[in-house]
Design a protein around this ligand. Structure first.
Ligand SMILES: Nc1nc2c(ncn2[C@@H]2O[C@H](COP(=O)(O)OP(=O)(O)OP(=O)(O)O)[C@@H](O)[C@H]2O)c(=O)[nH]1
Ligand SMILES: [Mg+2]
Length: 444
């Protein structure tokens, strides 16, 4: 998300930093660039106008002009104003003082409600809650089945209609929840192609009947300004408490994410970043602004790593590496851990300064390479993984066949591993002689 915008803005700032002093006309030029970049990213016109005006006012008021660090100050102001546009503070989910907490997910057809209902339930379970999913979309049998399948995948209960209308269904799911040891009710509602009166009346009735702690609008970021329009219309009828923007992974421009909060006043609570059920991120305005301005997002990366990487295993492997005991099997498990963190280009874009590289790397190709490495190592026996020197010509042919690769591919991997072993020995010696910087969890 935001690749083009991020490119444009980084370019603008680089030009600005290149000037010995920021003059009046430099500032005007930069502001013009920023304005065009935002409009091209499909950000709502009124939001752009407002944001650029705020940046201009602050930049002029702060003696940015003629000072040495002027460019840096402009970047800081743009960052702050982006954060303000995105919502300044974080908006975590609210829970009812007395359980059950009812969370309704509403939105247009195909926006991602059903998937997101499952993601939300899974996320809050990680935080120690006991959610139940409710299939309040009885109009399409496939919709109920879809939620049941997701519930099964996550090992979460799914309440389906037993003749009730959706509002009564959610109300009775809430009423029964404590009996079943559940404290949160996450309801997936029906989507329509357009906002029609019938759907809205049903949702209004559901709200009145179930007193939800959260009424979350699920909006598809890929639809850009249409998502913003839909959000305004939903807001006019329902007391929305927050929004979840989905498919931000597929939205290169980011216009919806940047406009929807400012245009509707409703906070963004989560971003959907993929089809997998763990691809839901709490929304942090400052981190997103950092990502847009090419400053990376190390905090999110670290959180993802903490969630997915087994710390003890990582330490054990680092130790093995330095003692040159690191095998192909260890390598395989490292590959798997890294891949759990998300698509490579997404990971790289979170590392400050790596944004450009992330863009240059063709995602599909990099993923294919990793898949190939995994397949090759998986086709080896444990003995081979522990000691690759026993892998003869005939074994190489067998491994290539087993992994659907070529003997050259296998040769290349083995060659790389030999190089890696050399590196391990060097690093091990350096570590012993104290010439290696001390990383936490590495050498003691
Ligand atoms: N890439 C990506 N795909 C997503 C995301 N969220 C949902 N999807 C996909 O979008 C499609 C529609 O998602 P659903 O959850 O069925 O949408 P819905 O709003 O329930 O659809 P209706 O019930 O028909 O109104 C599915 O193929 C999902 O896998 C996301 O964050 N990223
Ligand atoms: Mg659905």
């Amino acid at each position: 998300m935001f690749e083009q915008l991020s490119d444009r803005l980084t370019g603008t700032f680089d030009r600005l930093r290149g000037k010995p002093r920021v003059t009046d006309s430099d500032l005007d030029e930069a502001l013009r660039d920023i304005r065009i970049a935002l409009l091209e990213a499909d950000v709502n016109y009124a939001v752009v106008k407002d944001l650029v005006a705020r940046v201009r006012e602050r930049a002029k008021g702060q003696d940015v002009l003629q000072t040495i660090s002027g460019a840096q100050q402009v970047v800081k102001i743009v960052h702050d104003e982006l954060v303000a546009t995105l919502g300044t503070t974080e908006s975590p989910l609210q829970f009812a003082a007395q359980p059950p907490t009812v969370i309704l997910l509403v939105g247009l057809q195909g926006s991602g409600k059903t998937t997101t209902a499952a993601k939300v339930a899974s996320l809050i379970r990680k935080k120690g809650r006991r959610p139940v999913l409710v299939a309040a979309d009885p109009y399409r049998p496939a919709a109920v089945e879809q939620l049941m399948t997701l519930g099964k995948q996550l090992d979460l209960p799914v309440r389906v209609a037993n003749g009730e209308q959706p509002p009564e269904l959610v109300a009775s799911a809430a009423a029964e929840s404590s009996r079943d040891g559940r404290d949160v009710v996450v309801a997936d509602t029906a989507g329509r192609l357009h906002i029609d009166d019938e759907m809205m009346r049903e949702l209004e009735r559901m709200v009145a009947l179930t007193q939800p702690a959260e009424i979350l609008l699920v909006a598809d970021a890929m639809t850009g300004q249409d998502a913003v329009r839909a959000a305004s219309e939903f807001r006019a009828r329902l007391p929305l408490t927050g929004m979840i923007l989905t498919k931000v992974d597929g939205d290169a421009r980011g216009g919806a994410a940047l406009s929807i909060r400012a245009a509707t006043g409703v906070p963004i609570k989560f971003l959907g970043t993929g089809e997998k059920l763990d691809a839901l991120e709490p929304f942090h305005p400052d981190r997103l602004a950092g990502r847009i301005l090419g400053m990376g997002d190390v905090l999110t990366l670290v959180e993802r790593a903490q969630e997915h990487v087994d710390q003890k295993q990582a330490e054990e492997q680092a130790k093995k590496f330095l003692e040159a005991r690191f095998t192909l099997d260890d390598f395989l498990s490292q590959l798997k851990q890294v891949r759990k963190l998300g698509p490579l280009s997404q990971l790289l874009s979170m590392v400050p300064g790596m944004n450009q590289m992330a863009k240059q790397m063709p995602e599909a190709e990099a993923e294919r390479e990793l898949t190939k490495l995994e397949a090759i190592i998986s086709s080896m026996t444990m003995a081979e993984r522990a000691d690759p020197s026993i892998i003869s010509g005939s074994r190489r042919r067998r491994i290539a066949r087993g992994s659907g690769t070529t003997v050259q591919d296998v040769n290349q991997l083995l060659k790389q591993f030999v190089e890696m072993q050399k590196l391990m020995r060097q690093m091990g010696t350096m570590a012993k002689s104290g010439r290696l910087p001390r990383f936490p969890g590495l050498v003691r």
